[in-house]
Structure formats: structure tokens, C-alpha cells
Design a binder for this molecule. Sequence first.
Ligand SMILES: C[S@@+](CC[C@H](N)C(=O)[O-])C[C@H]1O[C@@H](n2cnc3c(N)ncnc32)[C@H](O)[C@@H]1O
Length: 237
Amino acid sequence: MHGGEVLVENSSSAVLISLYRKRAKRYDRSTLLLYMAGFHHWAYRERAVESLALCQGDSVVDLGCGTGLNFSLLQERVGPSGKIIGVDLTDAMLDQAAERVAAANWSNVELVKSNATNYDFPSGLNGILSTFALTLVPEFDEVIRNGASVLALGKRFVVLDFKRPSGWLMNKAAPLLAKLLTGPFGGTLEMASRKPWLSLKTYMALVQFTSLYMGGAYIATGEKAGLSAASGGTDES
Ligand SMILES: C[S@@+](CC[C@H](N)C(=O)[O-])C[C@H]1O[C@@H](n2cnc3c(N)ncnc32)[C@H](O)[C@@H]1O
């Protein structure tokens, strides 16, 4: 089931692996806590998957797929003739994903244990999705550059994640929100200050940037474009 083994992990990855091993079994239930804070992650996932603009038969990578919460949404888009590749650092999260795949009897899902930074993206992909994972990866720029390089023209890389809000009020509330919302998932305010959408803008055309949750989260969509295409559509440049 798992390929792309990473023999030695750096210390920040080792900390995340240890945290997610402890959380894997109750991860899906713990996301319900987000609703109590008004964070409608399921609706955000639907919008992110829609933004991939996938077709039946397409192949898509879910980077940092965790327990595979996005898989049913991706299945609706690619259908049984398509393919979903779930990539994650943590074995225990992939074990939960494997249970989900078996329970749904999906035969078109491949699970790969790999650090996103070292992941060798297959060529011919029709889309790459990462939800609530890329901000945890210090080398997110390298990951986006690698992913963008294998996508064909017109194909998309969509990131849904937390970010540090810019408004005065939310900025004041940011330390508390980071602790409550992202802390249990290994996120910090420093991580939320990362700006993966700028990497999408560097290596692709940023065709959409949607601010969510009063600026505390976002969906960013990069589209592989020809050399002359200009980026646009963001208020977070
Ligand atoms: C908050 S969970 C998100 C899981 C899933 N994408 C979702 O939306 O529910 C973060 C996931 O990212 C994974 N992760 C963290 N750092 C990673 C890395 N460098 N490479 C691959 N996966 C990573 C963790 O193991 C964990 O499963």
C-alpha cells in the first residue's frame, strides 16, 4: 500500500508524525470541533474540490491527505475510471485512509507514505489538492514548484488552508484562534504566516483566491499556464 518511504525525517516532521499518530483514530471526530467555532470545513472542502475543475477519468493527488476526508468529494468528480493518489507523512493517518477506502470499496485509490517535500509527482496528473496540510510543510514552495512542473497546461493546484488574518480585530484574535483551531492539529501562528498562494503565483497563474472565515483561511487556485499568462484574482498579493 505505502510507497516512497522516507528513511530519516527532520525534527519538525518527526514532531508532526508523533502528533498525528496519537490523533489519527479520532481525527475525523475532532474536525467537528471546528464547526463549534463556526469553521465550516466541509463547505470549504467542497469549494476547493470544485475549483480543481476535474473531469471523469482524471487523476488527482491529495497531498497531506490524512484520513482521506476529501476522497468522497474527489470520487464524485473523477468517477471509477479516474484515480486518486493520497500522499501523507504519517502512517497512522494513512491507515485510517485505507480503512475508508476499503469500507467504500474504492479500487481507484493509491495511498503513498511520503513527505510532500520528497514526493515524486507522477506525470500526467490532472490536478493536485492540499487541504489543511501545506502550511505545516516548511518547504511548501519547493512542493508547489515540483507539483506545478508535472501538471499539463490548464490543470490546477488548489490549496485550502489556514492563514494569518490581516484585519485589526482578527489579527488581535489570531493567537487565540491559532491555539484553539490549529493548535490541536500541529499548526502555529508562525506557520499560519506562511503564504503558499504566492508560490502558486510564482510557478502558475493564480486564477482564484478566496478568503474564508474572516480572513483566517483561504482557497487558492493555481492554473498551469503558458509563459505569457498573467496571474491575478488575489487580494493577498
Ligand atoms: C490537519 S491534517 C489534514 C488532513 C487532510 N488533508 C484533511 O483535510 O483532513 C494534516 C496532515 O498533513 C500531514 N502532513 C504534515 N506534514 C506533511 C508533510 N511534510 N508531507 C506530507 N504530509 C504531511 C499530516 O500527517 C496530516 O495527516
